[in-house]
Design a protein around this ligand. Structure first.
Ligand code: SAH
Ligand code: SF4
Length: 380
C-alpha cells in the first residue's frame, strides 16, 4: 500500500487540524479526529475495520474515502550486527532509506528527510545522488511507521521501547526541508500517538545557519552539527555549504541555540579523514573553536563507498584526537560503524534505484552512448 492512491485520501502525515478538515468534508464531527489519531499513531492500525471504538457503518464510510497509508517497501535488510535498513518507495517511484541501529534493548532510528541531497559534501555518498526532492511529512512519518511495523512495536509502548530514539541523519539535509520535517516531528512527538520526546530526537545539519535558531525555537530537539573541518579553507572544499555559512557564523548559531546547556549539549560530528582533518593540531583547534558552546563530539570513522578518494584515519590517529578532546573536558567517543555490510553506515545511503540507474548509464557509456551532463562529483 502506498501513501496515497488516486481515489482515496491518505491520512498519514496530516496534522490534527487537517485530519479534522478531512472528516468535516465527509460530514463527520471533529472528535472523530482524536479517535483516528489514536488508532493511526498509538495503535498503528491501517485497516479501518480493526478500529473497534468506531461503529461498523462509519468504519465502512471511512474506508470508502480514505486509506491510512504506508510507504511501499522495496527491500528490508538486516546486518550481521543486527542493524536494519529499509528501502522505501513512494508514489512517484522515488526511493529513500531508513536505518535502525539497536543498542542493548533500545535504539536509534535514522530517518531520511530528502531523496538524495542538494549539497555535495565530498565524503558523502548521498551527495552524489542526482535525483533530489524533499520528502513529504507523510513520507517522513511513514519511515517511523514502517520501522514500528517491522518490529511489531504496536501499540506505542508506554515504558521501555526498542525504537526509543530518532536521529535525522539519513539522506538529505533536514533544514532544507524544514516545514515537512517540523510537521513530521510534531506528529512523532505527539503524546497521544507515537510519543517520542524531543529529548530523544536529534536533528543533524550540515550547518544551515538561519534555520538552526528556528528549529530550536519551534521543536527544541537536540542538535547535531556535521562539522568535519576546523578551518574555512578545508570546510569550503569538503562541505561547500561552508562558503555560504562559514564556521564563525555556524558556531555563533550554536552558542545561541535555545535549550542547549551543559546537560543538553550540542553534538559535533567529525568524520575522521586520513591526513585531511585528523592531526593533533586539528584537535586542539577544534577545542578552541567550540569555546562557549555546550559541546560533545562524535568521532565517526570514515565509511568508504565505491569511487571515493578519502580513507579513514588510522586507529592511533583517532585515539590521539579523541584524547586531546577528552583532556579538554569533552566527551568524544569514536563511533563503532554499524551496518557496513548492508551499506547502512553514515554517509553510505543512496537509493538503490539510483545505483541501478548508474550501472545502466555506465553500460551505455561503455557502448559509446553519451549521457547528459550532471553537476555532482563522485560517481564511480
Ligand atoms: N545532511 C545532514 C544529515 C545527514 S547526517 C548532515 O550532513 O548533517 C549523516 C552524517 O554522516 C553526517 O554527519 C555526515 O557528515 C556523515 N557522513 C557523511 N558521509 C560519511 C561517510 N562516508 N563516512 C562517515 N560519515 C559520513
Ligand atoms: Fe547532504 Fe549531509 Fe551528505 Fe552533506 S553530509 S551531502 S549535507 S546528506
Amino acid at each position: 500500500m502506498n501513501i496515497s492512491n488516486t481515489h482515496k485520501r491518505a491520512l498519514l502525515g496530516l496534522d490534527r487540524t487537517q485530519l479534522k478538515a478531512e472528516l468535516d468534508a465527509i460530514g463527520e464531527k471533529p472528535f472523530r479526529a482524536k479517535q483516528l489519531w489514536h488508532w493511526i499513531y498509538y495503535q498503528g492500525v491501517t485497516d479501518f475495520s480493526l478500529m473497534t471504538t468506531i461503529a461498523r457503518p462509519l468504519q465502512e464510510k471511512l474506508a470508502e474515502h480514505f486509506i491510512v497509508g504506508r510507504p511501499g517497501l522495496s527491500r528490508e535488510q538486516t546486518s550481521k550486527d543486527t542493524s536494519r535498513k529499509w528501502l522505501l518507495n513512494f508514489d512517484d517511484g522515488n526511493e529513500a532509506e531508513t536505518v535502525f541501529i539497536p543498542d542493548d534493548g533500545r535504539g536509534a532510528l535514522c530517518l531520511s528527510s530528502q531523496v538524495g541531497c542538494t549539497l555535495t559534501c565530498q565524503f558523502c555518498h548521498t551527495g552524489t545522488q542526482r535525483l533530489v526532492r524533499n520528502l513529504s511529512a507523510a513520507e517522513i512519518v511513514g519511515q517511523m511507521m514502517v520501522a514500528r511495523d517491522s518490529y511489531g512495536e504496536w501499540p506505542s509502548p508506554r515504558g521501555e521501547r526498542l525504537l526509543s530514539n530518532i536521529v535525522l541523519m539519513g539522506m538529505g539535509e533536514p533544514l532544507f526541508n524544514y516545514d515537512n520535517v517540523k510537521k513530521a516531528l510534531q506528529i512523532i512527538m505527539d503524546g497521544e500517538g507515537i510519543s517520542i520526546s524531543k529529548r530523544r530526537i536529534t536533528l543533524s545539519t550540515s550547518g544551515v545557519v538561519p534555520m538552526i535558531r528556528q528549529c530550536g525555537a519551534d521543536l527544541g530537539v537536540n542538535l547535531a552539527i556535521s562539522l568535519h573541518a576546523v578551518s574555512d579553507e578545508l570546510r569550503d572544499v569538503i562541505m561547500p555549504i561552508n562558503k555560504k555559512y562559514p564556521l564563525k557564523e555556524l558556531l555563533q548559531a550554536c552558542r545561541e541555540y535555545p535549550g542547549s546547556n551543559n546537560a543538553r549539549r550540542i553534538t559535533f560530528e567529525y568524520v575522521m579523514l586520513k591526513g585531511i582533518n585528523d592531526s593533533p593540531s586539528d584537535a586542539r583547534e577544534l577545542v578552541r573553536l567550540v569555546k562557549g558552546v555546550p559541546a560533545k563530539f562524535n568521532l565517526i570513522p570514515f565509511n568508504k563507498w565505491p569511487g571515493v578518494e578519502f580513507d579513514c584515519s588510522e586507529a592511533l590517529a583517532m585515539k590521539r584526537f579523541s584524547e586531546i578532546l577528552n583532556d579538554a573536558g569533552y566527551s568524544a567517543p569514536i563511533r563503532v560503524p554499524r551496518g557496513r555490510d548492508i551499506l547502512a553506515a553514515c554517509g553510505q545511503l543512496k537509493s538503490d534505484s539510483e545505483r541501478e540507474k548508474l550501472s545502466r548509464l555506465k553500460a551505455r557509456r561503455e557502448q559509446g552512448i553519451e549521457d547528459d551532463h550532471h553537476p555532482n562529483q563522485g560517481y564511480s
